[in-house]
Design a protein around this ligand. Structure first.
Ligand code: PGA
Length: 252
């Protein structure tokens, strides 16, 4: 089945509001009439409203980099899924490895955040991926299986229409070391099998699985031409409009 490609930019902790507006407007000019794949950018929370405003009426959607599971209350530093929706976002990245590595996110909190996002009707980019040590110890599949199972725990087949899974090997993020197209394809096919086992063939055929980890203009085509790679979650290369444009245009 033909899945529409989806390329998302994860701006991480980069760009002031002024810089974010400039990047969004540049992307808007470059990609506005581009309809061959879905595109989203995920600025810092501080820049969400600025970027939503800059991209209003364009084909580029906006996402948050995380959401908390409660709707409001005494949770210093967090933002909720309904707030993100009210600010004009359609997406939220959840479970990014940097959240797991530096901010204590666990499989259980990732699942809670995903459920809160779905309740607010946000589309979720759920991230999974093994560390270098795990790959070298040949436990990649075990780790990815555990993370996927936890992320999707308690979800229905209907919920899966709002889910994109991002496979991001931790050793490839921000390191310049991307997985080879074959390495990535192998894990993507494995993830699709996990979704098939849990939700059946129709959901597995429809779910989009992005690759992330040092995706650049020059390696995007080889990665994105793999049968089970349906797009990319792009960090560093999403911070320059020209590079991100090239990656979007490399998507099938
Ligand atoms: P990178 O980051 O493209 O800079 O490796 C990807 C990500 O963390 O989503």
């Amino acid at each position: 089945m033909a899945r529409r490609s989806f390329v998302a930019g994860n701006w991480k902790m980069n760009k002031t509001p002024e810089e974010a507006r400039a990047l969004a407007l540049d992307l808007r000019t470059r990609l506005n009439s581009y309809a061959k794949c879905d595109v989203a950018v995920c600025p810092t929370n501080l820049c969400i409203t600025t970027v939503v405003e800059a991209l209003r009426g364009s084909s580029i959607a906006v996402g948050a980099q995380n959401v908390f599971w409660e709707k409001s209350g005494a949770y210093t530093g967090e933002i909720s899924a309904p707030m993100v929706v009210a600010s004009g976002c359609q997406y939220a990245i959840i479970g990014h490895s940097e959240r797991r590595q530096y901010f204590g996110e666990t499989d259980a909190t990732v699942n809670k955040r995903i459920k809160a996002a779905l309740t607010a009707r946000l589309k979720v980019i759920a991230c999974v991926g093994e560390t270098k040590e795990e790959r070298l110890s040949n436990v990649t599949q075990q780790v990815v299986k555990r993370q996927v199972a936890a992320a999707l725990d308690g979800l229905t087949a209907g919920d899966m229409a709002l889910i994109t899974i991002a496979y991001e090997p931790v050793w490839a993020i921000g390191t310049g070391l991307n997985a080879t197209p074959q390495q990535a394809q192998e894990v993507h096919a494995f993830i699709r099998d996990l979704v098939r086992a849990k939700f059946g063939a129709a959901v597995a055929d429809a779910v989009r699985i992005q690759y992330g980890g040092s995706v650049k203009a020059d390696n995007a085509k080889d990665l994105l031409s793999q049968p089970d790679i349906d797009g990319a979650l792009v960090g560093g290369a999403s911070l320059a409009a020209k590079d991100f444009e090239a990656i979007v245009k490399a998507a099938k």
